[in-house]
Ligand binder design. Sequence first.
Ligand code: LLP
Length: 412
Amino acid sequence: MQINRLDAGELAKKFGTPLYVYDFERIKDNARRLKSAFYSDEIKTALFYSVKANSHPAVVHLLKECGYGCDCVSPNEIEIALKAGVKPSDIIYVGNYESLEDLNAVVRAGTKLVLDDINSLDRLLRITRPEMVSFRINPGKGQGKYEQINTAGIKAKFGVPHEKAWLAYEKALKAGVKRFGAHMMAGSGILEEEHFPRMLELLLDILGQISQKLGITFEFVDMGGGFGIPYYGDDHDLDIQQVGSECLKVFKNKIDSLPIGKPALHLEPGRYLVGDAGYLLTRVIGFKESYQNFAGLDAGFNTLIRSALYKAQHPIIVHNKENETELFPINLCGQICENTDIFTVGRPLPKLTEGDLVIITQTGAYGYAMSMTYNHRLRPSEVAIINGQAVEITRREVMSDYWNRIKYPKVQ
Ligand code: LLP
């Protein structure tokens, strides 16, 4: 298999496995496609890359160069965005249970801020009387490729319930706040085009009622991210052009007919920009013929947790065996001491042999970003393909990284 014209086998030999490889050209293409889908002469749109998907500063910088700001969920993500050259005014902080320390850091950094709840406003008011306040609104329903990534609706921990949202804005108004924004994130990994304009319409109607009640207008409406990419099976490409034009149509109609002012439309895509640009390269260590047939890999849920956490299925390619037609069902697992350390069960793959290079694709989002060192299996390196060259952008973790942080008291 080649990744942007470089041989995956050579990359694995040069940098070792497990290894994340990102195709920067692909990220640029995704960024352009999404930006043009939401371009409008009449509506001001602003795009914020959701750093949580892949927080490598080189990725953040690349997207900044493509005209994206950043959506950050912690002060440390803000630090990464700033170091990558993103201006504070192009950063939006969308937290969850924002602590006083978090809010202090955000106020100091001077970024935009979306509050997750009314109680976050109480904490913010202990620090400052802001000129502008925005809330994340839970519109009462949402969607998600998996139940666990539906970030709205009655089971979600996020946002102010829409019935109570006017109370949040009223409280801010009474505290002397003059300018307002609104936010929603109604689920992740969504491949249904209609979901996006439908949810945007719902949010705008909610805002219309708030405006009517309180006489306030909104400077921006942030519809979050959630744009899906195809992974496995029946998944298809999301028609982003259709999503963009339908959303812009809804937005224009609603701002013309509701008393919400002339807000800008904000977006916070993560997965759509980086997901299909990432490849996890891992080698087959050995086989077990047990009650089922297993092949063990040198990557596990410590490297890519999506399958263990959501039962997510990624495409899997066996290097140099792409064209083999005889396939055998196999379970692929890692080296972690947990039953859930399984990437796939009964996946039809070519006959594997020890040392084979297995490539798990669509791993640019929520891959390395969610990796961990459980069982002291250390984090892999990351390589970017930039202008046809493979460049290491994160070195492989070593045990001295661990020992550097450890204070080991002398035990009597
Ligand atoms: N904005 C906010 C406030 C979010 O909570 C998220 C994702 C995004 C933007 C970006 O969403 P995206 O465009 O990537 O769907 N770990 C899961 C995904 C969790 C998403 C959480 N929030 C996964 O591996 O599928």
